[in-house]
Design a protein. Structure first.
Length: 331
């Protein structure tokens, strides 16, 4: 696969390293609105700088990975689909449902392999938990708890471009909830507060949230979010069922634990998502290439992005109006 990378920022650098190390991918070029950033990243991985339009016009390029700023995702996705390129797009496709559905309509008219960057589905520990649920190891899944806490809040100026906590951060948890519950989510109740950085509140967002999801059959899922965890990047899952419980724990550098007379001590969790999900990003590429070669659907696709965004929109409505929201209310 000859793949062009659009976006040379923080997440673009993560993807570039994974692409360069992949035995079945050639990094055909790097694009960015900042030519200097594109040049530095291209030189690091022995590639070249390309103009975005040239990527879509080049018949030798098989695929694009869209890691540019969020407002550009939908436009680039549509251009790639019309050009017949396979697509791996970072989440979200867009921050609003109307624009997201427009992009999905283009994909329907120009069918190509299209994966969405819900990298947590590819995490080895989370994937093992999913497989154990499918195999019935805990019997009937009854409740699901997702804990996701960042080590520190982003700058307040980040809020406007991000779409807010539910669309920027919790959207990963919404996708994991959909994937693990594996049945339609019927309703949502979200509460949020600004407890960490008052500037985030002044910008119109929250930094702390608790959310309850209810499925069509009555299963319950609780999501616990915070923009601050003094001990590292806190990422845990608990699945509870009729025959037992599954837990996915935080990853540390070595998983070493010391036990002595004073008690037990282990390392802090990984510092942030770049380290915590490094393996997931590599496995995400594996699945993307395999789905392209085999003509099958990727593990996470554009429709998953739309449905996670519906949940984010419902959560926002629930918090603002202080009530439980049925998903049928969100068009």
């Amino acid at each position: 696969m000859r793949l062009a990378l659009i976006g040379a920022g923080r997440i673009g650098k993560v993807h570039a390293a994974a692409i360069a190390a992949h035995p079945e991918i050639v990094l055909a070029g790097v694009c960015d609105h900042d030519p200097a950033a594109a040049r530095r990243l291209a030189e690091t991985h022995d590639s070249q700088v390309l103009a975005v339009d040239a990527v879509f016009d080049d018949a030798e390029i098989d695929a694009v990975l869209i890691a540019s700023s969020t407002p550009t995702h939908a436009d680039y996705l549509e251009c790639a689909a019309r050009a017949g390129k396979a697509i791996l797009c970072e989440k979200p496709i867009a921050l609003d449902l109307t624009r997201t559905r427009e992009a999905l309509a283009v994909l329907a008219a120009h069918p190509v392999t299209c994966a969405l960057g819900f990298n947590r589905r590819h995490d080895p520990q989370f994937a093992a938990l999913k497989q154990a649920i499918v195999e019935g190891r805990i019997g009937q899944l009854e409740t699901l708890t997702l804990i996701s806490r960042d080590p520190s809040p982003p700058p307040a100026e980040y809020v406007d471009a991000s779409g807010g906590l539910f669309r920027d951060m919790t959207i990963h948890d919404f996708d994991m909830a959909r994937w693990l519950l594996d049945e339609p989510i019927h309703a949502i109740h979200a509460e949020g507060a600004c407890l960490i950085d008052l500037a985030i509140g002044a910008a119109g967002d929250i930094d702390t949230a608790m959310i309850t999801l209810v499925t069509a059959s009555g299963r319950l899922c609780h999501i616990d979010n915070s923009r601050r965890a003094s001990y590292g990047y806190d990422q845990r899952i608990e699945a509870f069922g009729s025959l037992g419980m599954l837990q996915a724990q935080n990853e540390t550098e070595t998983r070493l634990r010391f036990a002595g007379a004073a008690g037990q001590v282990e390392e802090n969790p990984q510092p942030f998502f770049l380290e915590r999900y490094a393996r997931a990003y590599r496995r995400e590429l594996d699945d993307f290439v395999a789905s392209w070669r085999e003509g099958r659907s990727p593990l996470a696709g554009a429709e998953d992005g739309l449905q996670a965004l519906r949940l984010a929109s419902a959560a926002d409505l629930s918090r603002r109006e202080g009530r439980r929201v049925a998903l049928s209310e969100i068009d």
